[in-house]
Design a protein around this ligand. Structure first.
Ligand SMILES: CC(C)(COP(=O)(O)OP(=O)(O)OC[C@H]1O[C@@H](n2cnc3c(N)ncnc32)[C@H](O)[C@@H]1OP(=O)(O)O)[C@@H](O)C(=O)NCCC(=O)NCCS
Length: 223
């Protein structure tokens, strides 16, 4: 029999997926408050094209990616996830001015990870940025493996080690392989995230059809 992960596909989120997304959040982040139905409704209401789920053939939600469009100049890169997402409501979604697709969430059920589902969700996001003619995707990559080395490395040293390919982070290594580069390392990005100790890398993917030479960062500090 073909395993369910092999037949998983990505499509836009629909209202009937919301209970499945809440269940998925509980499986991925058992210690944290899950997305609420109200927040997820807001996302669908404001920006349905920006919300994706990965589903098995029987429509079980095993992955999701939530995004909004922001005008980057309204923000400082040191801001937190709460600032970039208006506390998870996406009330700051600004399609009239924004040129940046902000990745607010991506997750795959632990039983389905490492089978290419995350890669499919990222491909769906890139396709959306291309269709909308957006300049880029940015996101905060929580440094999920940092707690293992926090007693001997700063978060910046850890990110350099991951970028050089000498350390492997279960989230950032995957994002780098999906075409992102690191712009900065920030603290206090996420509350209640013992794995990352609150640290995140601000990551960027540039849309080659839109970006001009000036948009490409010169001499990346974390290159
Ligand atoms: C980050 C996350 C979304 C990745 O999802 P995923 O479905 O495991 O992603 P993929 O399977 O596409 O890729 C993950 C790894 O599995 C590998 N992989 C994919 N298919 C594989 C296969 N058939 N056999 C072996 N390895 C495989 C990929 O090469 C990749 O390796 P890398 O990390 O060294 O680059 C997932 O780990 C997750 O939900 N994490 C918890 C939540 C989280 O931290 N989200 C990010 C917030 S910033």
């Amino acid at each position: 029999m073909t395993p369910a992960y092999a037949e998983t596909r990505v499509r836009n989120t629909e209202a009937r997926d919301l209970p499945g997304i809440i269940e998925l959040t509980r499986a991925v982040y058992p210690e944290s408050k899950p997305w609420s139905a109200e927040q997820l409704w807001h996302h669908l209401d404001m920006f349905p094209e920006g919300q994706f789920v990965a589903v098995t053939p029987d429509d079980k939600v095993v992955g999701m990616a939530a995004s909004l469009v922001i005008w980057w100049d309204d923000y400082e890169s040191q801001m937190s996830w709460r600032d970039f997402t208006a506390a998870g409501t996406f009330a700051n979604h600004d399609p009239a001015h924004g040129r940046t697709l902000y990745g607010a969430e991506v997750m795959v059920h632990p039983d389905y990870q490492r089978h290419g589902i995350g890669k499919m969700l990222y491909a769906a996001r890139r396709g959306l940025a291309e269709r909308l003619g957006l300049l880029r995707i940015r996101a905060g990559a929580r440094l999920r493996g940092y707690h293992e080395v926090a007693d001997r490395m700063s978060a910046e040293e850890y990110v350099r080690c991951v970028v050089r390919g000498e350390c492997r982070d279960p989230t950032l290594s995957f994002q780098l392989r999906n075409g992102f580069h690191v712009l900065a390392v920030v603290s206090d990005y996420l509350l209640h995230d013992p794995e990352s100790r609150g640290y995140a890398a601000i990551i960027e993917w540039l849309n080659p059809a839109v970006a001009t030479p000036e948009d490409y960062p010169k001499g990346l500090e974390f290159g």
